[in-house]
Design a binder for this molecule. Sequence first.
Ligand code: FES
Length: 121
Amino acid sequence: MPEWVALCQSRDVVDGQLAVPFDVVYNGQSCRAFAVRFEGRVQAYLNRCSHVAMEMDFQPDRFFDASGQWLVCATHGATYAPATGACSGGPCRGNLVKIATLEKDGVVHWHTEHNLQPLIF
Ligand code: FES
């Protein structure tokens, strides 16, 4: 059943700065995901480039380019719009997989789906 899962404190996700990573199970595979803040809103995506299914950060939790306007894959430079995950340049073959988020009472939550579940250790 879909549910909201607490991720972190709102203050942990700073506009245009490092992401907050988390683990999910997506289509039955364990996978990294990340949350960033852009123009005041928290956005979350699978950490999986649409070009080649690999993680995108070249330094841990760093996804924004130098301008702070785009999420960039370190491997071949695909860029994505932070607000939507839409491919905006480079060799991407589609958009990032978006994960719904909600901020409530100073806490960021992400939303499960039938194919997106928390990783249970
Ligand atoms: S793997 Fe991301 S641009 Fe190639």
